[in-house]
Design a binder for this molecule. Sequence first.
Ligand code: NAP
Length: 523
Amino acid sequence: MTGTLTPLPATFSSPLVGRLPALVTASPEAERTITHAPYTGEPLADLPVSTPEDVADAFVRARRAQERWAEVPVRERARILLRFHDLVLERQDQALDLMQAENGKTRRDAFLEVSDIAITARYYARGAASLLGPKRRRGAIPVLTHTTELRHPKGVVTVISPWNYPLSMAAGDAIPALLAGNAVVQKPDTQTALTALWALDLMREAGLPTDVWQMVVGRGSSIGDALLTGADYVMFTGSTASGRRIARTAGERLIGASLELGGKNAMVVLADADVAKAADGAVAACFPSAGQLCVSIERLYVAEEIREEFVAAFVARTRQLKLGAAFDFSVDVGSLTTAAQLDTVTSHIADAVDKGATVLAGGKARPDVGPLFHEPTILADVTPEMTLFAQETFGPVVSIYSFRTESEAVALANATSYGLNASVWSRDGARGRAVAARLHAGTVNVNEAFAAAWGSVDAPMGGMGDSGLGRRHGADGLLKYTEPQTVAHQRLQGFTPPKSIDHERWSRVLTGALKTLRAVGAR
Ligand code: NAP
């Protein structure tokens, strides 16, 4: 594992980066905050800090803009999203530079975010008109009740997005909210705000009216209340502890919340798995964005029969990974993003090793590569008294266990309060899918780490248990940002009897009608 420190790419000396902080909704006299580049620890961005008053102002402007935005036909909204899609692909090098500089991830990991946003924008832009359009529903009285389900925007949606997938999380959740006719006030994590602001800039260039999507910058402890006071719905991605606090406030205000939270994701390698493929899959599953991916794998369960062969293959591949800082596609594993993440990783490993865990690969921080780098690490002999046995590390660390039977593997994988993502490996696809259905996780990938389920944007994605509430992607990911309304138009005869029939006879008529409906197989 080698690498060298690298200077910032040209994007950072372009006028673009100088312009982005001015897109933050904050007063001209706002205090400033400086972020630092994970690769080097050097100062990176100088951003205004929004106050609770700035957030309140953003909501006033958003509410005004939303009324006009909701009048824009869905097909026109979709055209703006498709233009945004094209701009993201055309200018992807800027986004890759920004994401790498702010987050410390590799260019390969950053490119996944570009493709994710293109897929999400295309999917919702192409599907929004049919998902949001009026739907005829079965009426109370066949033929006589004309019932329609309408979808109205919620109003102003708060999106709170984290630093680990700065483009995917920032733009990916705003896209469906905007398409549904909402305005969005968003707080991207300060560390990765430039990437989010870049997406905002492109969306405005694509034609989105200015106040419909706004961004504020600041700590949750300072502007969190203001973000929830003004919102009609909140979309939060982050830790389970923060999610619980946000859910409490949303509950008091009786507004909906979608919460995409932490995980302790399991991968199950069945005895009939292709060992070489599963070992490649484990590398892809455990170390993307240095393990700072909500759906990455931290627990690996391997069938006893193939454990030795699998461990040898996985360890060999992991030891060959190139750790480094480079603004090109040459590196396999990048940096952690914050000193707090590095502390968590090193303390979890130290605690495990102190209590008897064996380090099979990696195990050390690498200040020689950069201040926040850590080797991809594989641990064995991990036991319940070690912190990382059950707690999420959110870093490049995986623990390997073995199992004897399929049922034991399922029980071990399910022995967690989380339920975000899982992965199952088998040469027999049907067997893999059957095991997948027994796992307590919102997404399960068979013979893939996470990209198959995540990339299937037509299907819902999200967590069970402590991993969250609500779903992104698919119809759920758009319709959650709407209020359903039922309009039922009663024609000719209503539910009260006509004047010529008394109530007793009327009840017999209705009883006959109900029996007929049952007999003809009506729903
Ligand atoms: P965190 O402490 O919960 O913070 C996440 C973001 O939310 C930060 O930008 C934070 O801002 C903000 N925030 C937290 N509480 C807030 C509040 N009350 N009001 C407004 N903003 C608030 O999480 P983290 O440790 O940085 O992120 C890693 C966690 O996110 C991991 O547990 C990971 O699994 C999870 N995650 C889940 C998904 C998913 O899709 N399920 C995706 C990515 C990450 P401040 O720091 O400024 O307060």
